[in-house]
Design a protein around this ligand. Structure first.
Ligand code: FAD
Ligand code: NAP
Length: 535
């Protein structure tokens, strides 16, 4: 019988995902003279900014910083319009990058990678897709995203609602008109905090179902001042350098002093100054914010007080006030989030102790109270860090699956490689600083590091690279130890996988900061890629 399947395409590398990570990886591989193909499930490039088109979606790290820096021409020519670019502008930027660097000819859209199997004899990855394509590549690079597998909650009757339902991470491309509609939204994380004020302005009525209140600081978004832009562009190299020296890889004008070394008056001034600066600059207020309980309580209380000042109804304000550690869950930056609850057409329903019982054709019930809607929005987040990887059948040496290996929590060396899976790289994988940083900067560091490894292997005629078990164990211990020394290890966040029922609770990202991480990576490279077995 003849083989009817598509012929196997042979490449140096297959890259999975066409977000910031996959696109730059393709460009870098091409620069180094390697053949590569990007496989992307969506119908266009952009990753996060392709999928998350909900009203209000925008970046919360300043766009002059949340952008590529690998090309001086690109960062000089692109004009951001606002301090925090909205989703459409980010997507336009990414499409500009695709065009500018002629990337589209090596991207295959509308195609999902379903398996990646390592052929030990030939040291090659055999990659297959839902479209029956087959690739054979020396390297397989997972640029599948930390926040790209939408989490639909497991609520009884979820499919019985007769109106439209939307997940913020899979928003319709032609938008949604909520005019005159009764809308229900489940979730109050970063996505909801951006969507709620916008939906409330349009809908006839909005009911917010909140399981956990969230700390949020005002973003203070505004059109960019041309003088500021010109100044940044003149000094871009210096700004990028300063940013890379900071824990979060963006310039928060970090205060290097711990609150414990400051007077009460100095602390008060710093808190008000950070509040006025807006956005995630708030992280940079005190060096001991995430490690000292007293400092954290003080910052938390300051924000709690601000919430009480913003929300007119004291009962609603109390419900909106987080009780957990400040920044234990990802800090949000909002525009009029708390003020939205002062509107007559917005109702907050606390589901912290009594969860949603059931979704039915007309709406949903909490205890014995029924809420009727025309549309339902799930702002319920993602199966973060491992979700998209675990959906792919990844088999390494000896046929072992990554999913099985990671069943008690992900294990990587530097967030880049997992022992037993030679020549497989993850960009901003678990165990890397990723979500604790400006992710575009972290992505660039990973892409360049992976590119260097691949070039090194070519130069030294090496066929395979694999993390050693010892190096991986030591890195995982270090990641856990660092997390254990902070306050963020203690709450039910997606950093720990706690948002997904049944997921192992393991602190997944590396919270040691961007500069020490880069230093470690550079030292590993300088020592001939110590901790990796090279063949
Ligand atoms: P993604 O952009 O997630 O791209 C991954 C791509 O891989 C997706 O397009 C997906 O379709 C594709 N893919 C996955 N699995 C497969 C498969 N099996 N086959 C084929 N294709 C596949 N970070 C910040 O630093 N600052 C911010 O302000 C910020 N805001 C955010 C706002 C939202 C709404 C969200 C969800 C995330 C935000 N992030 C932010 C994190 C954001 O994910 C990163 O900044 C960055 O965009 C990640 O890029 P990426 O290329 O690694 O992954
Ligand atoms: P998220 O932070 O995980 O928030 C999900 C929300 O849904 C939480 O309030 C959660 O409650 C709730 N939820 C989940 N399952 C539920 C259930 N079964 N019943 C009731 N409530 C449920 O997700 P997200 O808001 O999409 O944000 C994810 C991450 O993406 C962010 O942390 C951030 O890194 C990034 N992001 C950034 C921006 C930005 O401003 N640039 C915007 C959006 C997203 P619990 O808290 O109780 O679990």
């Amino acid at each position: 019988m003849s083989d009817q399947r598509t012929p196997t395409q042979t490449l140096d590398a297959v890259v999975v995902g066409a977000g910031f990570a996959g696109l730059y990886m393709l460009h870098r591989l091409r620069q180094l003279g390697f053949s590569a193909r990007v496989i992307e499930a969506g119908s266009g490039a952009g990753g996060t900014w392709f999928w998350n088109r909900y009203p209000g979606a925008r970046v919360d790290i300043e766009s002059m910083q949340y952008s590529y820096q690998f090309s001086e021409e690109l960062q000089q020519e692109w004009q951001w319009s606002e301090r925090y670019a909205p989703q459409a502008e980010l997507l336009a930027y990414i499409n500009h990058v695709v065009e500018r660097f002629d990337l589209a000819r090596d991207i295959q859209f509308n195609t999902r990678v379903v398996s990646a199997v390592f052929d030990q004899a030939g040291s090659r990855w055999q990659v297959t897709t839902d479209g029956d394509d087959r690739f054979s590549a020396r390297f397989c690079i997972m640029a599948t995203g930390c926040l790209s597998a939408a989490n639909k909650p497991d609520i009884k009757g979820i499919d019985s609602f007769k109106g439209p339902t939307y997940h913020t991470g899979e928003w319709p491309h032609d938008g949604v008109d909520f005019t005159g509609k009764r809308v229900g939204i489940i979730g109050t994380g970063s996505s909801a905090i951006q969507a709620i004020p916008e939906i409330a302005r349009q809908a006839a009525h909005l009911t917010v179902f909140q399981r956990t209140p969230t700390f949020s600081v005002p973003a203070r978004n505004a059109p960019l001042d041309p003088e500021y832009v010109a100044n940044v562009k003149q000094n871009y190299a210096a700004l990028r350098k300063t940013a890379k020296q900071q824990f979060v890889a963006f310039d928060t004008k970090a205060n290097e002093r711990a609150a414990t070394d400051m007077s009460a008056e100095e602390i008060k001034v710093e808190l008000e100054r950070r509040w006025a600066m807006g956005g995630l600059n708030f992280y940079g207020g005190f060096a001991d914010l995430l490690v000292n309980q007293h400092t954290n309580d003080m910052v938390a209380d300051f924000v709690r007080e601000k919430i009480a000042q913003k929300v007119k109804n004291p009962a609603t304000a109390a419900l909106l006030t987080p009780k957990v550690i400040f920044a234990c869950k990802r800090l949000c930056a909002d525009t009029d989030y708390f003020e939205t609850y002062n509107r007559d057409n917005v109702l907050l329903v606390d589901i912290s102790t009594t969860p949603i019982a059931e979704i039915a054709s007309e709406g949903l019930t909490v205890a014995d109270k029924a809420y009727a809607f025309d549309a339902l929005v799930f702002a319920t987040g993602f199966d973060a860090m491992t979700g998209s990887l675990n959906k792919i059948d990844i088999r390494g040496s000896g046929g072992n699956t990554l999913k099985e290996k990671w069943s008690a929590g992900p294990r990587t060396y530097l967030g880049l490689c997992s022992a037993g899976f030679p020549n497989l790289f993850t960009i901003s994988g678990p165990g890397s600083p990723s979500v604790f940083t400006n992710m575009v900067t972290s992505i660039e560091q990973h892409v360049e590091y992976i590119g260097d490894i691949i070039a090194y292997m070519g130069k030294h005629k090496l066929s395979a690279i694999d993390a050693t078990k010892e190096a991986e164990d030591a890195w995982v211990d270090h990641v856990n130890e660092v997390a254990g020394g902070t306050l963020v290890n203690s709450c039910s966040s997606w950093y720990l996988g706690a948002n997904i029922p049944g997921k192992q609770r393991v602190f997944m990202p590396y919270i040691g900061g961007f500069p020490p991480y880069v230093e470690k990576c550079n030292e590993v490279a300088k020592n001939g890629y110590e901790g990796f077995a090279l063949k």
